[in-house]
Design a protein around this ligand. Sequence first.
Ligand code: HEM
Length: 375
Amino acid sequence: MTTDPYKAYAILDDANRGAYWHDVSKSWYVTAPGQVRKMLGDRRFAARGASPLDEKAKVCSRAHYVVELERFLGMWPVFSDNDAQRAASQALRKFFSPGRAETMRNDLAATFQRVVNKSDCTKLVATFAQPISEAMLSTLLGLTESETGRVRSMTEGTIQYLSNDGQDTVLAENALTQIEELEAWLKARTELGNDWILSALSDAGVRLTLRELTAVYMQVVTGALDPTSNAIAGGLITISRSPEAAGFLERKDYKGLTNYCLGQDTGFHFAPRRAACPVSMEGFKIDEGDRVVGVLAWAAHAESEGRSQATVTTPSLAFGHGRHFCLGANIALVTLEESLRAFFEAYRIRDIDVSGIERIPALGASVYTDRINFR
Ligand code: HEM
């Protein structure tokens, strides 16, 4: 599964008419592109849902960490959807516009060139894909390199908790300690007034509590970092194996190459939701509280197969669909395009060494890592 999840997705898709109940994880997996779009556009699948530990919390004192962390995650727009979150999403969507992504392009290109110049492409993730996603985040948020490192480390506990599918009290306790640190750091930035995201929110008149602000900030950081470095690593692996990629490179068509790579292997594999009420979908009976997972990686792949880029009119499912469509898609596209350009101005396809790369499943994505030297 971690070597090539697409083979497993194809089998799932073939055998189950687009949706599959997995008894071990107690989840539905939806693979057909049309159904994934339908499910992500359906408000009945929007909620993360109450933690089963709410009840246990009454008898187990440590479980309150999980409950508190779940409450924090409930402030992420993708997991629930109150007025404050909607207003914050709208303000950020405006802020992350195509125009803004274009104004970042030259800066990003110059920074990525510096990363490539000091890279050694035998360790694609540690020396190239990961630093590039951090460089993008620094440019986006106006942070220095060391601040970006700090922000990344203050979000790792939450990622770890989510990667273990929640419910782990020790991971929850650790994540909450880091959330408090991030909150204190953000409070100082709010007082200084030098943060672009915070300014974008206050310019739009969005008033959030410090905890809500921390949740929004955390979602931007976690949304930006791993999916982007995954997409870069996955893209380079795709290019090293696919004869079609050479044509894009010969034409120096980095935009086409970016879309092609996202269709082959996206940086974000699963969009999980919970059914807020019983739902009947294409003949499947989904019970209230069931976990329903859109397999974006397969759906985006299936949609892009056999289509020329010129005929693609809908945004790629690689970035999700509906109200929670990726806020950073414009910035991610420019980042991918410029990172591939910087890389292939310095290296050729045959220079890419993917032997040290493996996938590890995390956060509903499939994360790439070099076996050595990872964090
Ligand atoms: C190639 C890189 C990226 C990929 C493949 C990707 C993919 C996605 C996907 C699939 C979703 C929807 C998740 C769901 O519905 O459950 C999402 C949401 C999100 N992404 Fe991205 N993303 C990327 C880069 C970025 C960047 C660079 C940023 C920040 C600048 C970002 C910020 C977000 C945020 C904040 C959300 C949540 C939106 C909401 O809940 O309304 N992403 N992303």
